[in-house]
Write a protein that binds this ligand. Structure first.
Ligand code: ADP
Length: 425
């Protein structure tokens, strides 16, 4: 018989006894009342004991009881025991996680929903100068760089932010925030000092080499021109060699100029002013037609009179590259459309040609340095493969971006999208 069966039998027997004695003595009601009272008092005593036991955590030895209460104590005891085991397992997992993140070379900080520090590893304490006692402090009060605070507040953590270490400014850190759980965030920081140094060395090397090549190239070009002037045209081989030499030195000069411009774009602060873009485009289109000896191939449409805050020389280089590419990579009798217009959010320069177009898989790569699409025509067209890399850099420095639409044998449209906030007239 189960415990509830025994309990009911017990009460039934007590009830029968009371009925018999009550029947003999004639006091059934009083005896029934006394029985009820005794059961209620017994239960109240048990509940009181149970409450005291559970208040102490329920892990102490349970009091000696019988019946249903014995079962209740036993089940609670078992629940408590399995909870204890689960907690122990969880503690081991958390300890393992903490030990492994503590040993990580990258800095890790767990942030709460109010930017407060929940936990940080050894590397974080080392590079950010945090202390174990900083737990609960808001991180913007400890890392006070405005760009970091802006990044943290923005809630847009797709990209990382590069900061100097607050305790050693020579150390560069790439900081990234990863949201997880309910309002929690993981802040990761990686020491990229070496990477930055190597990048700086590469930039310096390219800039120095390009600069050093300029003088010998100018001298070479000068001698070639003198020799060409002296050429009496008696030897076609010699004449042809001079033409080749002149062509190649010119190509090298373009290359050096483009590399120097790229180096400047990467390193120099820009001096901005309000650039009259319609005027600039008129000049570029006029020069484009003159340079390529084409008569009125360029069709310029100025639908907006917007001027842009920027660096005139840089914008001139970028726009010239786009117009000259459109002329270079399309047939000599086709029209190139240049359009300056705006909508509610953007001011756009579109350069459209009806040329050879670019294959889909080449489009993502054409802004890479030295990338040239291998086509029969491209082989004949001279270029450095740096033009669009320059365009991309210039646009990045003007909060703008380049969009390319192109179809093979149909044509291309290169558009520069400037945010409306750049307008200055
Ligand atoms: P390049 O000096 O070779 O013109 P760019 O960086 O300006 O270098 O362009 C990279 C490559 O992109 C070019 O070699 C060419 O293949 C392709 N390209 C650029 N503009 C156009 C265009 N308007 N039409 C077709 N192909 C183009």
């Amino acid at each position: 018989m189960n415990i509830w069966g025994r309990e009911i039998t017990n009460i039934t027997l007590q009830l029968l006894l009371v009925l018999i004695i009550g029947g003999i003595t004639g006091h059934i009601v009083i005896l029934l009342f006394l029985l009820m009272l005794s059961i209620i008092v017994q239960q109240i005593i048990q509940i009181n004991r149970f409450e005291k036991w559970i208040r102490k955590g329920g892990s102490a030895k349970s009091p000696k009881v019988k019946g249903v209460w014995e079962d209740i104590y036993y089940h609670v005891y078992r629940l408590k025991k399995s909870e204890k085991r689960r907690k122990k397992k969880l503690r081991v997992i958390i300890d393992q996680f903490r030990q492994s993140t503590e040993a990580l070379p990258d800095a890790v900080v767990i942030l709460g929903s109010h930017d407060e520090i929940d936990w940080s590893n050894k590397a974080a304490r080392h590079v950010f100068g945090l202390k174990i006692t900083d737990k609960g402090q808001r991180i913007p009060n400890l890392i006070r760089y405005p760009e970091f605070i802006r990044y943290l507040k923005s809630g847009n953590y797709k990209q990382s932010v590069i900061l100097p270490s607050p305790i050693d400014r020579k150390v560069s850190l790439e900081v990234r925030v990863i949201p997880y759980g309910a309002g929690l965030r993981l802040l990761l920081a990686q020491d990229i000092t070496q990477l930055k140094q190597m990048e700086r060395m590469r930039k310096d090397f390219v800039a120095n080499v390009s600069h050093e090549l300029r003088t010998p190239l100018t001298v070479l070009k000068g001698y070639i021109e003198t020799l060409q002037d002296m050429d009496d045209q008696n030897s076609p081989l010699l004449t042809n060699s001079f033409i080749q030499m002149q062509g190649q030195t010119e190509r090298m000069q373009h290359l050096v100029d483009d590399l120097l411009l790229l180096a400047r774009l990467e390193t120099q602060q820009k001096k901005t002013s309000c650039v009259n873009v319609p005027e600039l485009l008129m000049q570029i289109c006029k020069e484009g037609d003159t340079l390529r000896h084409s008569s009125n191939r360029i069709e310029l449409t100025l639908e907006s009179d917007a001027n842009i805050v920027g660096e005139e020389q840089e914008l001139r280089s970028a726009f010239t590259n786009l117009v000259s590419n459109a002329l270079k990579y399309s047939s000599d009798d086709s029209v190139v459309k240049v359009r300056w217009y705006q909508d509610s959010q953007l001011v756009i320069l579109a350069v459209e040609d009806k040329g050879e177009g670019i294959a889909k898989y080449d489009i993502p790569r054409i802004t890479e340095r030295f990338y040239r699409v291998e086509t029969k025509r491209a082989k004949k067209v001279s270029g450095t493969g740096l033009g669009l890399a320059i365009v991309k850099h210039v646009l990045m420095r003007h909060d703008a971006h380049l969009s390319v639409n192109s179809e093979l044998s149909v044509g291309s449209c290169f558009s520069c999208h400037f945010p409306i906030k750049r307008i200055c007239n």
